[in-house]
Design a protein around this ligand. Sequence first.
Ligand SMILES: Nc1nc2c([nH]c(=O)n2[C@H]2C[C@H](O)[C@@H](COP(=O)(O)OP(=O)(O)OP(=O)(O)O)O2)c(=O)[nH]1
Length: 143
Amino acid sequence: MAGGRAGDVGQDLSVTQIVVATAIMRNGQVLAQQRAYPSADAGRWEFPGGRVEPGESEEAAVVRECREELGVEVEAGPSVGPDVPLRNGMVLRLYTATLVDDNAEPVAVEHSAVRWVGIEEFDDLPWLEADLAFLPDLRKLFG
Ligand SMILES: Nc1nc2c([nH]c(=O)n2[C@H]2C[C@H](O)[C@@H](COP(=O)(O)OP(=O)(O)OP(=O)(O)O)O2)c(=O)[nH]1
């Protein structure tokens, strides 16, 4: 059959690269992490996550990235907020998540710092530009 359908993975170069970001929620707060690189983004805050690998579900990517970046196990919940276009045609998508062990403490494996952020602090953090699009929906979740 002539190609071109979105499902023809391997043939269709237009398949969108999804970057998952994770809003881990606990006690009315969400976990943010501070980027160490590249220099243009160093010091800015984002949500744990990264590129979904070929053949991997987005939920599985959420679990893998949180394990790699924070050393904790999470359970992925529903996605929230808009799909946010990034450079190079990538799309950023935010998932909610909870810690499997509520008492586990995430650590900054690859980042400068991690911290739990309450809704009243959202506006004070220098987020990566793309992440600002998620804040209204996160406010509603906590509201
Ligand atoms: N993980 C994550 N990435 C984000 C967020 N917001 C945002 O613009 N990004 C961007 C930064 C990167 O350009 C891109 C891919 O994320 P990544 O976590 O794989 O970034 P990275 O620097 O480790 O990957 P790379 O571009 O060096 O290969 O998504 C966010 O909240 N979480």
